[in-house]
Write a protein that binds this ligand. Structure first.
Ligand code: NAD
Length: 260
């Protein structure tokens, strides 16, 4: 058990990658706070963890809502006595060319990914500094934190931005024992990706099979999707790393789609 007695708050943990990290962290002994817009699904994930003997709490949190974020972190501290790990993971995707994009969609994307990361980071850092125990802050970036694709301007911009935030957190957090890193997955078959397969097929005028083969997996070394389990294992590795030696970094988990 690599995360015994740790408390982890994971945003967007009612589905996909965040949910898998929640389940794996619970198996590794951590107490889990599932923070999501979708409260019923968050509660179902918490119940699943509890039914397997773990500790979990579901909180309703829109990551762009300052008061909701501060309350969610306060609830985590009140319930489990502190917070050791933040996984800033909640996210959405919007498929559109720049010329067809609205300012509203641009702002929505940047708010969920960047305002959400800032607000959860600030509240977690305050709690970690107050406890004197430090902690680990992990952002869910993407290969799109390093690479670009057409039709994803606000997403690519936001994901690049997370790398900058992680580097500043690494510098400001070091004195308090707070480390910060970014996980950058390739395509993972979650609801977020299942939705965009038909959307990309329509925009590019190609079949859904070609979206997978010729766009999503084209540059991987083996034509394989990354799995939620691959990302969860990386999240365990980063959170359990014992020193400040590994901070301010991004780790790409993408079947070689992008090599640093
Ligand atoms: P998902 O759609 O399966 O899950 C996203 C979760 O975030 C949902 O439970 C949703 O309710 C929640 N959420 C959305 N907006 C929220 C908000 N404002 N406040 C709180 N919760 C909110 O998606 P996923 O694929 O698991 O994506 C998780 C993260 O991984 C995202 O940041 C995404 O950009 C990133 N990512 C995904 C892939 C992929 O291929 N699936 C690849 C790289 C990075």
């Amino acid at each position: 058990m690599l995360l015994k007695n740790k408390v982890a708050l994971i945003t967007g943990a009612a589905s996909g990658i965040g949910k898998e990290i929640a389940m794996e962290y619970a198996r590794q002994g951590a107490s889990i706070v599932i923070a999501d817009l979708a409260l019923d699904a968050a509660k179902a994930t918490a119940d699943e963890i509890i039914s397997k003997g773990g500790k979990a709490l579901a909180v309703s949190m829109n990551v762009v809502d300052e008061a909701a974020v501060d309350k969610g972190i306060a609830d985590a501290v009140a319930t489990f006595g502190g917070i050791d790990i933040l996984i800033s993971n909640a996210g959405i995707q919007i498929i559109s060319s720049i010329v067809d994009s609205t300012l509203e969609n641009w702002r929505k994307m940047l708010a969920i990914h960047l305002d959400g990361a800032f607000l959860t980071t600030r509240a977690s850092m305050r709690a970690m500094i107050k406890s004197g125990k430090g902690g680990s802050i992990i952002y869910m970036g993407s290969v799109h934190s390093h690479e670009a694709s057409p039709l994803k301007a606000p997403y690519v911009t936001a994901k690049h931005g997370l790398i900058g935030l992680a580097k500043v957190v690494a510098k400001e957090g070091a004195a308090h024992g707070i480390r910060s890193n970014v996980i950058c997955p390739g395509f993972v078959r979650t609801p977020l990706v299942e939705r965009q397969i038909p959307e990309q097929a329509k925009e590019f005028g190609i079949s859904e099979e070609d979206v997978i083969k010729k766009i999503m997996l084209k540059d991987t070394v083996d034509g394989e999707f990354t799995t939620t389990g691959d990302v969860a294992q990386t999240a365990v590795f980063l959170a359990s790393f014992p020193s400040n030696a590994l901070t301010g970094q991004s780790i790409v988990v993408s079947h070689g789609w992008f090599m640093q």
